[in-house]
Design a protein around this ligand. Sequence first.
Ligand SMILES: Cc1cc2nc3c(=O)[nH]c(=O)nc-3n(C[C@H](O)[C@H](O)[C@H](O)COP(=O)(O)OP(=O)(O)OC[C@H]3O[C@@H](n4cnc5c(N)ncnc54)[C@H](O)[C@@H]3O)c2cc1C
Length: 490
Amino acid sequence: MPPCDPGDSVRLHIQETLESGCRIGGEKAVSALCADAPAIIGWLESIGVVFSRDENGQAAKRAFGGQSRKRTIYAGASTGKQIVTALIQEARKWECRGLIQRRLGLRFHTALIRDGACYGILCYSEAEKRLIPFYADAVVMATGGQNCLFGKTTGSTLCDGYGAAMLFLQGAALKNLEMIQYHPTSIETPQKRMLVTEAARGEGGRLYYIKDGKRVYFMEEAFGPRGNLMPRDIVSKYVYDALSQVYLDIAFLGENIIRSRLEEVYQLCQDYLGLDVTKESIPVAPSVHFFMGGLWVDERHRTSLKGLYAAGECASLYHGANRLGGNSLLSAIHSARAALSSISEESLPARHPDFSGWIRQQQQSIEKLLLSKSPFSAVYIQNQLAKIMGEDLGIVRTGEKLSQGLESIDYYLSVCDKLIYDSQVSPYQAYSLGPMLTLARAILTCALSRKETRGAHIREDFPERDPSLEKASVIRYNQGKFTVTYEKEE
Ligand SMILES: Cc1cc2nc3c(=O)[nH]c(=O)nc-3n(C[C@H](O)[C@H](O)[C@H](O)COP(=O)(O)OP(=O)(O)OC[C@H]3O[C@@H](n4cnc5c(N)ncnc54)[C@H](O)[C@@H]3O)c2cc1C
């Protein structure tokens, strides 16, 4: 277990996580999260992740957005890849022992719910073009963020929010949906937005724009030398306010540091922009990056439906109104551990009810989609959805724009079930539209309802923080009605 940097402590990590989240993250849950970090790092090392070392042989650390100390350990320029590789290897050991079964090419379709309890899930097999039921004593959702609702983001296009959307329609409560983190430094590519890692600013990178031929280091002017590493909501807002092209300069760090510590940024800019970052600055722009909101869970990671748990980015608990840099991978692992320990303590359902009639009905509606001959493209509505969300739910929001967004979404919701879609696209693309539009409606409803500015939720028409809203927003769906309440996390 690596020691903390001087002046750092679990207590400071808790404090900064809560402050970055503008005090709407759960205090008890955040305390457990931060206390678990050293054990999680030890466990990752035990399964083969090799973290970078400093000159004393200790785990090297970097500061990420909102951190006052260098706290985040890393594995060269490929932390994610190293962790995923080690996790896959570990999972294979269990697979060889017959304790887990891997099924590929399936998409979550619906949960098997009866009387507020979950008994398994239905998955759609794209290869077999049919639904496959999986009955289970407990189900853990780990389907990531809601990227596709916003078109191009820094995240995977496989994470479309459909899982959370469908569960919302099936009765699961969602939390803090309006809290969407824009990462201040991304570059545009044809497929998606690529992230210029915060490590670039952690290593000293400086943001600026040009005015009257001179560089304006706007973050440093506003907040002093550590200005470039302010929490992401603040940096994104300043980049937005700059109203001109913003650049990130790392060239002054020198080729040695760049090639040894920021190789990923070097390659990224070479490959996508043809730009040599050891000589030139990087043109950057904010992009949707992380979803603080998602499925409502309690500190044991139970959702509002019995037997259904959620872990990772699809669940909402720790990050409040804005996630502290580096806390996501920590919370993904910690939340899975919390969910598994809850499941091991719960009493299991005796038998599952009979879902066969309902499954037949669902399969018939997929077959109808497969037979469809209409040329109408489901992708058109998906693109419209991304456009509405980008324009009306951007970094800075107003009641007027949000209401406009709601009106447009309502229109597409009213027509999407009546259209017959092109059979060339996967039935998934067609049947996922309705739930995804419903999720978009829920996000806009929460954003319109929170009449204050807090963290990533910046309302031009309500620029102040309202102390009475130091609570999580919770939205529920019942027979076409959306209800928002505000609940204090423990
Ligand atoms: C470019 C980038 C850099 C990042 N850097 C950092 C960092 O340095 N530190 C940090 O802490 N965090 C970082 N994050 C955030 C962090 O990576 C994510 O929050 C984290 O990976 C989420 O893990 P997860 O397991 O919850 O979801 P994911 O890793 O997104 O996995 C979700 C999985 O669910 C699958 N899925 C989705 N929908 C369905 C469906 N309907 N049916 C079946 N499967 C489905 C997806 O295919 C995917 O495999 C970064 C994120 C990005 C995009």
